[in-house]
Write a protein of this length. Sequence first.
Length: 327
Amino acid sequence: MKMLSILLFAIFVAGSNLYGRAASENILSDKSLHQSEIATSISDTVIVPIAIRTSFEKKYPNATTVVWYRYVPDKTKPDPTAWYYSMDEKDYYVSFYWDNDDYIAWYDDDRWIRSSKTVDNIELPAAVVRSVNAQYPGYRITDVDMEYDQNRSLYEVKLVKGNTKWNVHYNPDGSVFSKKERSYTPAPPNDEIISDFETRFPNATEITWYRYVPSDRVEVVPNDWDYNMDANDYEVRFTLNGSDHIVWYDNGQWVRTEVPMYDNTKLPTAVNNAINSQYSGYTINDIEQDQKANETVYEVELRRGNEKCKVHYTAMGAVVKKKCKMM
């Protein structure tokens, strides 16, 4: 699914890393900056103060794929109660890989103030899972992040059913810390995009187009598939061959298709063979097909007793990544 997220919406601009990579225009959304204008700019090389670098290296030893960015404040000043309220253009954030997870951390006045990491839904505490099932029956979890600062840890769960979305922040005990509802608003694209769509999916039915809303997206870093998408791009939801589909267009070009699947017989034979060999005795709870221009991946959630696993397979049955957890 996707990579990295935290509260609602902010924009950041990337320069280069510490070693002076050439800067380019980079936008990173922070989900807690609510519905305000997008701030963009082009930054020079990012020179990170040694106090911040030292703090980061101590907190996250042996972190890899480390990329630093200068924080660019949103044009609208946030609410004084927001955690990012005091941050300004002298502050920094960093994306990195540590302890088998993708992270982002924020630094304000040389102090670490917050981190988030992408987690699979199978990693949610059992109490949170029970709350989600009780409070949002029929909703599909599209994204989960764990967020923490000096005071608390939270799980942000994004849920979708039909045209309705909820962003819910749960405490680890399953109680709700905060929540926000949002509805999709249909919006047709131009004729060129519609023509491409009809060529790719000629038998699609129940078609509804939406503008891509940057404030709805997960926190995006430059190597994410939707990094370049903005409010001029589109998402389309439809039914094809009895399955729901979600497709994205960036600058008029198809970039991704997601298909929630409910029947493992529709998996490629090589994937089913791999599952039967590697996870004999497990039950398949959920399947999703993620298709991009250069690859198709099948995300399979399995369960046996108190153990849950999520495995990503190529169409040839090779494992891309996997994660298991005892519930």
